[in-house]
Design a protein around this ligand. Structure first.
Ligand SMILES: CC(C)(COP(=O)(O)OP(=O)(O)OC[C@H]1O[C@@H](n2cnc3c(N)ncnc32)[C@H](O)[C@@H]1OP(=O)(O)O)[C@@H](O)C(=O)NCCC(=O)NCCSC(=O)/C=C/CCCCCCCCCCCCC(=O)O
Length: 719
């Protein structure tokens, strides 16, 4: 919807009204078309201003409409009509002008922005391109290099940057609509020919062909299989090489391909999934909208290893006072130096002062006594963590929230060490903790909604995407990783190489294949966990590594590498070889190949040809199957939680929506059928046995992912 008012006698003011972001829904588009006609037909009106209600110009096309039948006036002719208008039209940009919102503003003859406004063309992040003329007008207005940057990255720019580009004509600190109205009065009789961007020549640098080639290469390298960034480059190239009308035709063709693509559907699903995880709920019925967080003024971090340092930096950068504790003097000094360096580098990048004074360092756990919330980040050792929680419970205020950065240990056991177990939750950060966006907030059976709400809010304040999950071994992310890693090892036993498995996974879109990722994280991490679980031991009767442990198939390959001191990048050897310890360039290692041959011979394993399909299906479907178990167990509230965890924490390619969305795309019946097939071939691998919820969903006709929660609810109520 849109509202019309006449202001100062001669200015027609059109206000977009569609909360929360004034998206260009069919009703809003209809409103604009009707009100533009009215403004043009009223002889008293000499100029027009378009603005948005509640200090927000426009968040772009209404993404919710993309999934269904589009109705209402189309955007492109609407914007053309504005540009062709005989009276000056001024966009008054407050808050945001994104996507179709900025394209609407580019159709206006002038753009006035508030100094705090942000503008951008983020369509690429939704699997699209600026398909309402944006790919053709923006390069004509600000030049090809800047337009390529904005359109291929989708980044938002500040009003100041927009002014520098020439994207807006003026910025103001005052009431933008008032300024725009005065501006509109001033330009009422000015000729408009020079203000119609579609008539501008597209200014190109002399080496434009080289520029497009370079950008295309960079985009292909970083897109990990996403098609929209490539189409964006092609659309801008059309602007640079073709007359406007032909460029528009090319924009339309490219948009038609993207608009109906699975990638666009996945990215648009993911847009809403990211927002859905904020509306968390617990099996007790506690919810985000009925649980109030308590403010945290002072936080503390215990243990300043890699994780503790990253968490400290994330907290300090977000403005929290932090007490950072490390009991060993040498480690404390080292951590202090590293944290200061991280803060200084971060501040330089963001052009602000480093938040060094936000942190007080200490060696004594007593120094966290008055913290509102403490995050324990000591070694992943239950006995040690229990001791720390006992100490914290003794020294902290009774109201202090006690959180653990464990990556998978039982939160309940930690809560039991404290006086107030309801104030204990897991806050599982991902390395590097000041960079990675994901935070798993883990509630145990005793955790209160207050504790969950407070941890979720803290996560938001430090810029994380926080997902509330239940307490189980590995929580959501690492629990699903286990069958994935396991299958990768089994594939090596059966004849694959690390390079081949990684290549298939990287072609699928992972930033790193499973073996390169293991080398990066350190093979010893999982080895220690397996030893603590009594898994990584040779058979006591034969002294030989066996391939069956605790009644199920087990691959000791990772343990054998660790026994040789091959811990990955840090030791210069792992699944790959590296020039030197710490180097990141992985090279195939002939030693590893001989080692695999000998291993297979020792266990009488005959290598067979493993193809792409088998790698993908076994690694991904076993992980997805665990995802369904997690939903069945109520550890994650919905598929969106799992998908957000996998995209932000495990480099799952966003244009594939996340593992659960991917399963829906492949078809649940196909996933079920292939799991059945592999389980039949490997009956000693329980993670391949299709779980009850997957069967139930298939039996219910494989409903769309948005309807899974109903089936999950039914399955849980029957348990
Ligand atoms: C920055 C934001 C706007 C706000 O952020 P924040 O304040 O943090 O709040 P949020 O929680 O993110 O959002 C609040 C709620 O608002 C909802 N929201 C936000 N934006 C939109 C939107 N654009 N549409 C719908 N809903 C929106 C959001 O979901 C929240 O609600 P809830 O919590 O989920 O309930 C931030 O939200 C943001 O970044 N938004 C997205 C901005 C964006 O990406 N805009 C671009 C949209 S795409 C676009 O504009 C495309 C334009 C060109 C379209 C051309 C169409 C032509 C069709 C051609 C078809 C061709 C087919 C041919 C086929 C054939 O030929 O056969």
């Amino acid at each position: 919807m849109a509202q019309y008012t006449r202001v100062s006698g001669s200015v027609g003011l059109i206000t977009l009204q569609s909360p929360p972001v004034n998206a260009l829904s069919a009703a809003v588009r209809q409103g604009i078309v009707d009100l533009m006609q009215r403004a043009l037909s009223e002889p008293e009106v000499k100029s027009v201003v378009i603005c948005g209600q509640n200090g927000i110009f426009c968040g772009g096309a209404d993404i919710k409409e993309f999934g269904g039948q589009m109705s209402g006036p189309p955007l492109i002719p609407m914007i053309h009509a504005i540009e062709a208008a005989s009276k000056p039209v001024v966009a008054a940009i407050e808050g945001i002008a994104l996507g179709g919102g900025l394209e609407l503003a580019l159709g206006c003859h002038y753009r006035i922005a508030h100094s705090k406004a942000r503008v951008g063309l983020p369509e690429v992040t939704l699997g699209l391109l600026p398909g309402a003329g944006g790919s053709q007008r923006l390069p004509r207005l600000i030049g090809v290099p800047a337009a390529l940057d904005l359109i291929t990255t989708g980044r938002h720019v500040t009003a100041a940057e927009a002014l520098k580009f020439g994207l807006v004509d003026q910025i103001t600190d005052h009431n933008t609509v008032n300024v725009a109205v005065k501006f509109a009065q001033r330009v009422a009789d000015q000729p408009l020919d020079a203000r119609r961007i579609s008539t501008y020549p597209c200014l190109c640098p002399s080496d434009v062909a080289v520029l497009f080639e370079e950008v295309m290469q960079r985009v292909r390298r970083t897109a990990r299989g996403a098609i929209a960034p490539i189409a964006c480059v092609q659309a801008v190239r059309a602007a640079a090489t073709l007359p406007y009308n032909q460029g528009m035709e090319r924009e339309r063709e490219l948009m038609a391909t993207l608009f109906t693509s699975g990638q666009a559907r996945a990215l648009q699903y993911f847009f809403f999934a990211q927002r859905a995880v904020g509306r968390w709920s617990m099996p007790s019925g506690a919810r985000w909208d009925t649980s109030k967080p308590r403010p945290v003024h002072k936080a503390a971090v215990i243990g300043l290893g890699t994780m503790g340092r990253g968490i400290t930096v994330a907290l300090a950068q977000a403005g929290f006072s932090v007490v950072a504790v490390e009991t060993q003097e040498k480690q404390l000094m080292e951590a202090k130096q590293k944290i200061s360096g991280m803060l200084e580098r971060g501040a330089k990048r963001r052009g602000v002062a480093p938040a060094l004074d936000k942190i007080n360092y200490g060696r004594n756990i007593q120094s966290v006594a008055d913290a509102d919330l403490v995050i324990e980040a000591v070694f992943e050792d239950m006995a040690l963590k229990k001791k720390v929680f006992q100490q914290l419970s003794a020294v902290c205020k009774p109201s202090t929230f006690l959180c653990s950065n464990t990556s998978g240990l039982d939160i309940d056991q930690l809560a039991c060490q404290t006086r107030n177990p309801e104030l204990v939750v897991g806050m599982h950060f991902f390395a590097p903790a000041h960079v990675m966006k994901l935070l798993e907030v883990v509630y145990g059976p005793k955790s209160s909604p207050l504790a969950v709400a407070t941890a979720m809010q803290l996560g938001k304040k430090i810029g994380k995407v926080s997902v509330a999950v239940g307490n189980c071994r590995g929580f959501v992310g690492n629990r699903m990783l286990k069958p994935y890693l396991e299958q990768a090892l089994f594939l090596l036993e059966e004849g694959a190489t690390p390079e081949f498995v990684d290549q298939v996974l990287e072609e699928f879109g992972f930033a790193m294949g499973v073996f390169r990722m293991s080398d990066l994280s350190g093979l010893d991490v999982g080895w220690k966990v397996r030893m603590a679980d009594g898994l990584a031991m040779p058979d006591p009767t034969t002294g030989q590594p066996t391939r069956l442990r605790q009644g199920r198939r087990y691959s000791p390959l990772g343990d054998l590498l660790c026994e040789q001191g091959r811990f990955g990048q840090k030791t210069g050897r792992g699944w790959y070889q590296y020039d030197k310890p710490g180097s990141q360039v992985a090279k195939p290692d002939p030693w590893l190949h001989s080692f695999l041959d000998e291993y297979r011979a020792r266990h009488a394993l005959v290598a067979h040809r493993i193809d792409h399909q088998e790698v993908l299906e076994r690694c991904l479907y076993s992980m997805i199957n665990e995802g369904f178990r997690i939903l069945e167990d109520g550890i994650a509230a919905g598929p969106e939680d799992i998908d957000v965890i996998y995209v932000f924490g495990y480099s799952w390619p966003r244009h594939r929506g996340g593992p659960m969305f991917y399963a829906a795309t492949v078809g649940l019946n196909k996933v079920l059928e292939r799991l059945e097939h592999y389980y039949q071939a490997h009956p000693d691998v329980p993670s391949l046995q299709p779980c009850h919820l997957l069967r139930k969903l298939v039996a219910s006709g494989s409903p769309p992912i948005q309807k899974w929660r109903e089936v999950i609810k039914k399955v849980r109520s029957q348990l």
